[in-house]
Design a protein around this ligand. Structure first.
Ligand SMILES: Nc1ncnc2c1ncn2[C@@H]1O[C@H](COP(=O)(O)OP(=O)(O)OP(=O)(O)O)[C@@H](O)[C@H]1O
Length: 264
């Protein structure tokens, strides 16, 4: 079987179980994941035996003290970084062992990214930035879907503008539209509100939340902000590269308390 067939054949996601009762489908999974940077005395164990299910159609926030491994976990889940040991799967496809070419294709076709720094191409218009992932994949935009996300994100009147002609909040909404346009298995967001004022930040979190509620999008977001985390369905806590707890239906207060207990 070719590697591309392997990617497709593995698509149906497994289910998670609690005491044998099936719960949400699994969009991504790590099993005993470890990531060590460097060697010998300089080695840093950034992740140390993380076993975690990311539920499909849910909004998961990853939190923990600085250096606890949040970004490393996200990078391993998204196929941006490889595991030192253990397993990582996305939509049922085992990532460990895929070639760079296969990983690039998987990221392009099945993952969306939103970064703190927006990462838009300055010479392209908003519309061109949004459709770039489709262009790179040689896919035609689904015009109905494109129109819907552009409208929901309030970008319809801004499509011909270049990033420098947009506010920070508008630029980040373009980045969210770009992440959603391919209908990815998972959108990974790394501190997506880090460069926004609180009003634009809350607006953006509201859009992320509705993409989960209205379209069944799966989102994994790394954040330091308890208010941002309270938009999620579940907060996963990390400390020293290990799972340190989780909170379902988080509130800013419950998240803050948990972080205080971790010494964050
Ligand atoms: N490329 C790298 N080379 C060496 N060490 C690294 C590298 N990337 C991360 N680390 C180390 O791995 C550990 C986890 O880093 P990571 O960035 O995942 O933490 P984080 O929880 O996202 O931190 P922050 O909240 O400060 O962004 C830290 O000790 C960090 O210094």
């Amino acid at each position: 079987m070719s590697s591309e067939q392997r990617l497709d054949a593995a698509r149906p996601a497994p289910s998670s179980t609690v005491a044998g009762v099936p719960t949400a489908r699994v969009a991504a999974r790590t099993v005993d994941l470890a990531k060590v940077y460097g060697r010998g005395e300089a080695a840093v164990r950034a992740l140390d035996g993380v076993t975690l299910d990311i539920h499909a159609g849910r909004f998961t926030a990853v939190m923990g003290p600085s250096g606890s491994g949040k970004s490393t976990l996200m990078h391993c889940l998204a196929g941006l970084d490889d595991a030192t040991s253990g397993q990582v799967s996305l939509g049922g496809t085992e990532l460990t062992g895929l070639s760079d070419r296969e990983l690039t294709k998987l990221r392009r076709d099945r993952v969306g990214f939103v970064f703190q720094a927006f990462n838009l191409l300055p010479q392209l218009t908003a519309q061109e930035n949004i459709t770039l992932p489709l262009e790179l994949a040689g896919r035609q935009p689904d015009s109905g879907w494109l129109a819907e996300i552009v409208t929901v994100l309030g970008l319809a009147q801004r499509l011909r503008h270049r990033p420098a002609e947009l506010s920070g909040g508008q630029q980040q909404r373009v980045a969210v539209a770009r992440a959603l346009v391919t209908r990815p298995d998972v959108v990974f967001a790394d501190e997506p509100t880090g460069n926004l004022d609180s009003r634009s930040g809350n607006e953006l979190l509201g859009f992320l939340r509705s993409s989960v509620q209205d379209y069944g999008q799966t989102i994994v977001m790394v954040t330091h902000d308890p208010v941002a985390a309270s938009y999620a369905d579940r907060v996963v806590l990390l400390a020293d590269g290990q799972l340190a707890g989780e909170i379902y239906r988080p509130t800013p207060d419950s998240v803050l308390d948990a972080l205080k207990r971790l010494g964050a």
